[in-house]
Design a protein around this ligand. Structure first.
Ligand code: Q46
Ligand code: ZN
Ligand code: ZN
Length: 313
């Protein structure tokens, strides 16, 4: 990579980050990346050294990198892979992704929970989506609902203190842009690197929220982690991808703008913006009940959205 030199040892650099004005050789990049993750965990009080952590792994670069880093930092961290039953003509996406997650766990002697949605509930995500309200809910909507339910169930049943996901800065900035376009105050208020445990929900944290996607990709590559390179076929043409493209174009002209956008939002949020006008009313409306079928929290008076979806099959 050009003539850049490592900011730490002055040897030849293999990776450069314009916005940080840093470049590193391989060992010093891996070291820097782990160190930065530890700082974010500390900054947002994500978890304590004794906490039992469950990391949601998709078999892709971000989630396997997260599992690797937390394990190297000495945390007690197990994985959860949810097989969604997604495939296309030329790509057995869910099964291949599961192989990558299992290989990673086996190579490093780590524990992986696997929940196979078609096996356990009789239908894949596309099948659930096709009949949910006669196809009115898109696969990603159904997928999000099912993943949230399963992650929370496994975390609760297996006694984990915290659930981690590998959302990176590109993901968070794209979600932020989507929420800001329509000023969805309730969603903006909930967009934070830590969601505390409450009302039967396990604490959720995002230790990679300040890394650019190319930084997590570089970590996996330089660490030699093998991962599923294909994206889920349903992500093609999504609004989220369109926002990511837009932000990437802006980043090309103004390095650091993506980080600025997200970090400034977090500061504004911490300063009290995005708090609903009538906080009391809002808290009232958030009162949750217990689903009579699965026991998970729900805003519904009856069965939760997940149980209604499964029961309707
Ligand atoms: S896995 Fe699920 Fe994503 Fe595929 S169906 Fe959509 S939400 S795109 S993170
Ligand atoms: Zn170096
Ligand atoms: Zn339920």
């Amino acid at each position: 990579m050009g003539n850049y030199i490592c900011s730490k040892c002055r040897g030849p650099a293999v990776f450069r980050m314009r916005h940080h004005r840093l470049a590193f050789c391989q060992p010093h990049y891996l070291e820097w990346f782990i160190d930065q993750t530890a700082r974010v965990i500390e900054k947002y009080h994500m978890f304590a050294p004794t906490d039992r952590i469950l990391v949601a792994v998709s078999g892709g670069k971000d989630s396997l990198a997260l599992w690797d880093v937390l394990w190297r930092l000495g945390y007690s961290v197990d994985g959860l892979y949810i097989n969604l039953g997604i495939s296309s003509e030329d790509d057995d996406y869910s099964n291949e992704s599961q192989d990558y997650a299992e290989d990673f766990a086996n190579q490093n002697g780590l524990k992986l929970h696997v929940v196979d949605i078609p096996q356990q509930y009789g239908e894949s995500i596309p099948q659930f989506a096709a009949r949910s309200q006669r196809g009115r809910i898109k696969p990603c909507g159904v997928c999000g609902l099912i993943k949230r339910h399963v992650m929370n169930r496994v975390a609760r049943d297996e006694g984990y203190d915290v659930l981690t996901t590998a959302h990176n800065l590109d993901d968070e900035a794209a979600v932020l842009m989507g929420n800001a376009m329509t000023w969805q105050v309730d969603l903006l208020q909930r967009q934070y690197p830590v969601l505390p445990a409450e009302d039967g929900f396990t604490r959720k944290v995002k230790p990679f929220c300040r890394f650019y996607e190319r930084e997590t990709a570089a970590y996996s590559l330089l660490r030699g982690i093998e991962y599923e390179e294909d994206e889920c076929p349903f992500s093609i043409g999504s609004k989220q991808l369109a926002y990511k493209d837009l932000l990437n174009k802006m980043e090309e002209n103004t390095p650091g703008i993506k980080m600025n956008f997200y970090a400034s939002f977090l500061n504004a949020r911490s300063a009290g913006y995005f708090i609903p006008h009538n906080q009391a009313d809002n808290e009232q409306s958030r009162e949750l009940n217990k689903c009579p079928i699965c026991g998970q929290p729900t805003a519904s008076e009856d069965a939760c959205a997940f149980c209604r979806l499964v029961k309707a099959g």
